[in-house]
Design a protein around this ligand. Structure first.
Ligand SMILES: C[S@@+](CC[C@H](N)C(=O)[O-])C[C@H]1O[C@@H](n2cnc3c(N)ncnc32)[C@H](O)[C@@H]1O
Length: 220
């Protein structure tokens, strides 16, 4: 079991409450606002790092069919209890998505998860490979921001957050610039449509503002 998996298994029980409370977890709302105008009832949606399902709640309400993958069994258990119709799989993005075989989706979501993957280039190509022609990829990434207290390094251990767990010192957050992500998207058979920077959440008891970018891209 990887530290990040143990971490989210421990976090699961208070995840929704922590995000709604003082830590103000915004990525699910911001990402869905961007992709909702493209979504229609009956569309097939893949959400990687689905967590407790926050990042597809509005798409599900609209009538999209949701398939989710997450490394944490405890997060998946909560999602199952909230959304019984979702198709859910336990899996590690760093190991690919073998359970999906060659399946294609209208929309792929990756919200608040790409900061944890070892190779974002490889992962974005993988996600692109599961899109139908003209399908939409909507994702967030943690921006590399020189001068920011916590985001000034390209990678650093997660550290204290909404919960205190020794596991948070054992996995990394990876950060990129917009230009780097744009390059990867261009090389993944995707067209860059829109992006914006936003305050994603407040980190640790010090409530340090953390900035992510949300991106919408379309498969050629
Ligand atoms: C910050 S939460 C985001 C959950 C949800 N997308 C949201 O926006 O609320 C990160 C999620 O990614 C999952 N995760 C982290 N690393 C992963 C990996 N390598 N493969 C699959 N899921 C992973 C965690 O278990 C957790 O549920």
């Amino acid at each position: 079991v990887r530290p990040i998996q143990r971490f989210y298994d421990t976090f699961a029980g208070v995840y929704d409450e922590a995000g709604r409370g003082k830590f103000q977890w915004m990525p699910p709302q911001v990402a869905q606002e961007l992709v909702l105008p493209k979504a229609r009832a009956g569309m097939k949606v893949l959400d990687v790092g689905i967590g407790t399902g926050q990042s597809v709640e509005k798409l599900a309400e609209l009538g999209c069919e949701i398939c989710g993958v997450d490394i944490s069994e405890r997060m998946l258990k909560l999602t199952r209890s909230k959304f019984s119709v979702f198709e859910l799989h336990q899996g590690d993005l760093d190991q690919g998505l073998p359970m999906l075989q060659e399946r294609l989706f209208d929309i792929v979501m990756a919200v608040g998860v790409l900061e944890f993957v070892q190779d974002i280039d490889k992962t974005l190509r993988l996600l692109s490979s599961h899109l139908k022609p003209q399908g939409w990829l909507c994702f967030t990434f943690e921006e590399f921001i020189p001068g920011h207290e916590l985001q000034k390094d390209r990678q650093s251990p997660s550290g204290p957050g909404a919960i205190n767990s020794p596991d948070s010192t054992l996995f990394l957050h990876h950060r990129q610039s917009v230009e780097e992500i744009q390059q990867i998207i261009a090389n993944s058979g995707l067209k860059w449509v829109e992006q914006k920077r936003f305050q994603a959440y407040l980190k640790s008891e010090k409530l340090i503002p953390m900035f992510y970018r949300v991106v919408l891209a379309q498969k050629s």
